[in-house]
Each structure stands twice: as structure tokens, then as C-alpha cells.
Write a new protein. Structure first.
Lengths: 291, 291
DNA sequence: GGGTATTTGTCCGTATGTATT
DNA sequence: AAATACATACGGACAAATACC
């Protein structure tokens, strides 16, 4: 017996979950039932009537919770988590850069059309607009001094009524004082803000720099995305900085994507048109981890 | 007092860790000491000599472990995890695509030079070469039937003696039968395999498709990267498919990057040369999550 | 609305095992 | 070998959330 009891119980349950013997969304046996079930299964050879302790069962379940396989609901029970059908966002090939003749499309439009192409229903909230002092992070990305005033525009995006990503974009306050006053209005700008800024100020975005990190969701994101409190779902955080012809940063967009429902894609060079359609087959362990 | 005792203890410890009152790498008070410390701090108002239960202390520490803040070592103690100085990999701008005149550089060379530029010491193992049947995932990315024979080349990469990423590349077995026999040799190919395949077979890589996912590390990765067993560190998994002029996939490279020490970057269009040097300042909560 | 049964959450105490020094 | 520190497993009591009658 190499492994402790609670790990053996967890492994056994994990097997049943991954082999779909316990279906996604369905309820696990209650703690009381598991005490008896695994009392018989792993109990001392002595004989009948053995159970394992409730705390041991709870340790096993806690392991499955932190691995994101189940969630517990007080008063109700323990349930197998439902896997969300993921969506792939293609972040390369933004229409605004690298072309002389441009068909402008706002990021919102682009997102919406990409989602609709996959037969699903996108939704974007009206932006929450604030004037803030730049944090050190925002400042360094925008090439400003820390504490400089910036405009932030914050939006929530959903697919099929499910929260899908959070996005905040920061612009230098300078843009407004120079005349781009619509940046302060809490409404979507149909043609896209990038085009609006170019039209009003003559500042053209010609380059993008994306920085991608992954981390565990914070409490605000757990609430918005309805993530399990202790499930430790990872989120992508993509920081996109747009540059003008002089290499001057003109905006910073920070987008947060929960990793349980989002994939990111980048294309470069000549790529066949239908790659994205392949989807993402289940991962095979041997594909990445030879013994 | 809304929160249960173990959460209050965890919060208090988290504060001390994040404010560096307990330094990275240093030891927390032992469970016994914490029982007494928080017995006085949160204990019933009655008077002296109160302690909280050892199990309650352990629940608090378990919370910190799953959040990746501390690790426990039997017989030694509980320690604040050291944050690893992260490295940013720029995945766009591969020299092989999008240019007519090409200075070929292997992925290994490219990785090594990027690391060295930042003043650190890269290391790459000799590849482990295997002939395998394609899993459904490998097959679909390479446009082959499941079960077709493929060559896999697996490498481990380190920075400053610390394991940093894992990479496996798959090529169609066809390449070998057509003459590219060096694919089977377990040694690095100096100029890069992409150039070798072009020279021998005339198959030229002109496009790339990258698919990025995040998930929690599996047991093999936990062992190789020395990640905390229950710490739930996320890893990036980047699947890169290279295409030839006819849109035919010619290789699949799967790279795994632990998110605690890796950032990914993509550039597009005209970007100033020093962006990458900015690094990644600490995240500010308000940058992504207005109240 | 109220009461009761069910189910998970918190907290305690104890005993014993295992790893490290 | 002894002491220290975390790991496992057990037991019990009461609280809080939910469902049902």
C-alpha cells in the first residue's frame, strides 16, 4: 500500500469521473455513502461493517476540488464539473496593422464576427469609462510617468449568455485634451476607437506588442466568470500595446480569458484558411511527456 | 467576524508574506507556534493560555499551499516560495517565414541567443528520438490518419541550471523514407531541422499556426520543473504547426512552459525594438478589475 | 412561514506514521 | 537514538445551507 487512503479514494473517484461513470454535472455519492463504499473497498480485511472516516473522505474530495474535477455545494452535495465548450480567439492578423488599404473593424466587431462565425451568440457590455492615475504597470507600457492621468474603458464579453472575457483599455489623457472627446463617452464607437483616434488626431496604429501571462483567477474574476472558489482555474492575461509610426505607444489593452473556456491562436506567414476549424482534440499525455 | 478561523489565519499569514514580513524562502513558524500565536490573536476574549487547534492551523496552511504561496516539507517546516525571475519568449518573427532571403536559425539557436541576450545561461538536452503512432491530436494537426507513424523529438530546456520548458516536435515518418534520415539521429542539427528538411526534400516552411492553452501541470511536469505537488502551478502549452507552400503541415511542435517563470510575446507590424526590455511590472488589481 | 431531515463546513481532540536533523 | 515537524487517520460536536413537507 504505497499511497495513503485519501489519495487512493481520490484516484478511484477520478477514474470514475474521467471514464464518465459519474457523468458531468451529476452528483457524487454523499460523504456518508462514500464512507461506507470505501470502507468495504479498502477496509481492513477483517470483515464487514467497516467504514472509513468522514474526514478521510473529505480529504479525498478536497483533492478533487483543487484539481478542478468537482465542486461542493453546502446542503446539496458534490458535483462533477461540466466542461465548457471552448472558444478560440485568433489574436494575430489584426486588420489595422501591416496594410496600406485598410478595412477598419473595431475589436468589438472583430470579436463579434469571429464568435458568430462559429455559430454562437456574442455579447459585449457598454464600456465603463473612468479617468484614473496610471499604475506603474500602465505607465510603463504607455511610456508615461506613473500617476499620469489616463482613460480606462472596461468591458465584459459573453458567449451564449456565459461570461467569457474581461477587457480594459487605457489611453493617454492627452488624446482627450487634443480633441478626441468621444473617448470619455460610455458607449461603443462603431468603427473602432483606433480609427476614431486616427481620424481626429492623425495618430495611426502600425504595430502591436502582445504579452501573455497565466495566473490563477482573483476574487473579482471568480465572481464574474462563476469559477469554483477553490478550483484554481487559470486565466490568460494578454497585454496588448499599440504603437504609432514613431514607435510611440498609443493604447494598452488588458484582456483576461479564463483558460477553461478559451484558447488563443496566432498565425504568421502563409497559413491555410481552415486551420482554426480543426478545433482542439483531447490532449494525450504521451504527446508531451515521454516516460 | 464573518470569516471562519482558518481563513482569518490564512489571510493574516498571506498579508505577512506579501508584505515581505516573512521573506521569500524563509520558514514560517511551526504549526505548534502558530497554534499559540493565533490562539492569543484570535482566541476567545476570556483570557490567557488559549490556543487554536492544530488542524485549524493546518487548514490555513493548506489554503496557502493551494494558492502557491508556501510549500511544506515534512520534518523541516513550511517555507515561503521564492518567486522565479521570469523569462519572456518572443514567439513571433520566426526567421524562417515571411522572408525571401533567409538567415536560417534553428529553434534551439534562437532560444539560446534570446536567453543569452538577457545575460542568462541557456541549456538544451540532446533530443530523445522515438518513432510512434500518431495520437488523434498529433494526427489531426499534421493532417494524417490516426495511428500513422511519426517521428517525435523531445528536449528539455533550462536557464541558469533551472528547468524551464519541455518541447516535443513531431514529423511525418514519410520524411525519413524520402531521405531525411538525420531526423532519426539523437543529436541537435546545427542549422535547424526546418532548413535540413528544405535542403533534402525541398519542403519549405512558409507559415505557422500557434495554438495556446493553459492548464495545470501534470505529474511528469511537476517532477521535471520541481513544482509544488499541490501548488497547482499553471503551464502554457503552445502547439505550433508549420506549413509548406501548399498548405500542407510539415511539423507539430508542442512546448510546455510553467507560467510561474515564463511569459510569451508576439509582435505584429512595426514595433519599437526595445519593447521586450520593459519587462513585466507587478500587476495592479485595479488594472483589470474595477469594483 | 415554520420545522425537520439531509448534506457539507468548521473546529476540536487524539494517536500514530514518516521525514529530517 | 532522540527530538522536531509535518502527514495521515480517526473520532465527535455543532453550524450553515438547502430541500421538502
Amino acid at each position: 500500500m504505497p499511497d495513503p487512503m485519501y489519495k487512493r479514494v481520490a484516484e478511484d473517484l477520478r477514474g470514475k469521473i474521467e471514464s464518465a461513470q459519474i457523468a458531468p454535472g451529476s452528483q457524487l455519492p454523499t460523504e456518508l455513502e462514500l464512507m461506507e463504499e470505501y470502507g468495504e473497498k479498502f477496509g481492513d480485511a477483517s470483515g464487514r461493517a467497516s467504514t472509513i472516516s468522514r474526514n478521510t473522505v473529505r480529504d479525498a474530495i478536497k483533492l478533487l476540488v483543487t484539481r478542478g474535477l468537482v465542486v461542493t455545494r453546502p446542503g446539496k452535495g458534490t458535483f462533477v464539473v461540466r466542461k465548457i465548450d471552448p472558444f478560440m480567439s485568433t489574436l494575430s492578423g489584426s486588420p489595422e496593422v501591416g496594410r496600406e488599404t485598410v478595412r477598419y473593424m473595431s475589436e468589438v466587431e472583430r470579436y463579434a464576427s469571429e464568435v458568430e462565425e462559429s455559430g454562437r451568440k456574442p455579447d459585449v457590455t457598454v464600456p465603463r469609462v473612468e479617468v484614473q492615475r496610471a499604475s506603474s504597470r500602465v505607465a510603463s507600457h504607455l511610456g508615461l510617468a506613473e500617476g499620469t492621468m489616463v482613460i480606462s474603458r472596461y468591458q465584459q464579453r459573453s458567449i451564449d449568455e456565459t461570461p467569457w472575457s474581461l477587457q480594459t483599455t487605457f489611453y493617454p489623457m492627452e488624446f482627450v485634451t487634443q480633441g478626441a472627446t468621444r473617448l470619455l463617452i460610455a458607449e461603443n464607437i462603431t468603427d473602432g476607437i483606433i480609427k476614431y483616434v486616427e481620424d481626429i488626431l492623425g495618430v495611426r496604429q502600425v504595430g502591436l506588442h502582445d504579452l501573455i501571462t497565466a495566473r490563477v483567477a482573483d476574487s473579482h474574476e471568480i465572481a464574474f466568470f462563476d469559477l469554483p472558489e477553490e478550483g484554481q482555474v487559470a486565466v490568460f492575461e494578454v497585454s496588448r500595446v499599440g504603437f504609432d509610426e514613431h514607435g510611440q505607444p498609443l493604447r494598452l489593452t488588458v484582456t483576461v480569458y479564463p483558460a477553461d473556456r478559451n484558447y488563443l491562436a496566432y498565425d504568421e506567414g502563409k497559413v491555410p484558411p481552415n486551420v482554426a476549424a480543426l478545433g482542439v482534440p483531447a490532449l494525450g499525455l504521451s504527446d508531451r511527456s515521454p516516460r
